[in-house]
Design a protein around this ligand. Structure first.
Ligand code: AMP
Length: 117
């Protein structure tokens, strides 16, 4: 399930390069091109969904979020801590409309200004 004009579908297909952190048959995790933290990884389902409100089957959404733990372990931030963000639509400044989970860590963060990543 692919959307032709979607940047992250092109990354999943290998048509646009990315720095891969983890991949299996259902998800791809790669480094954000503009990292906001020492660890800044994006996890996407290989199937296209615009955002978290796009009717993602429970099983697929659960799989996506279970991948967070794997990425945190691979990145060495599972114990020190990390932040998980899913920007959704305009007020949250979602800029790529293929659902993606930001995993941020590697240094202490502030208590969580909701306007920031
Ligand atoms: P969001 O604002 O939540 O939609 O996040 C989109 C993220 O995708 C931003 O943090 C961008 O830096 C990141 N991004 C955009 N293009 C690429 C790319 N080609 N490779 C990796 N990350 C990207």
């Amino acid at each position: 399930m692919r959307k032709d004009d979607c940047l992250f579908c092109k990354i999943v297909a290998g048509e646009i390069p990315s720095t891969k952190v983890y991949e299996d048959d259902r998800v791809l995790a790669f480094r954000d091109v503009n990292p906001q933290m020492p660890t800044h990884v994006l996890i996407v389902p290989k199937n296209h969904y615009d955002n978290i409100g796009d009717g993602i089957p429970d099983e697929e959404l659960g799989y996506l979020f279970n991948t967070v733990r794997k990425v945190a372990e691979l990145e060495g931030v599972a114990e020190s801590g990390y932040r998980v963000i899913v920007n959704t639509n305009d007020d949250a400044q979602q800029s790529v409309h293929h659902i993606h989970v930001h995993v941020l860590g590697g240094a202490p963060m502030n208590s969580g200004d909701p306007s920031q990543k």
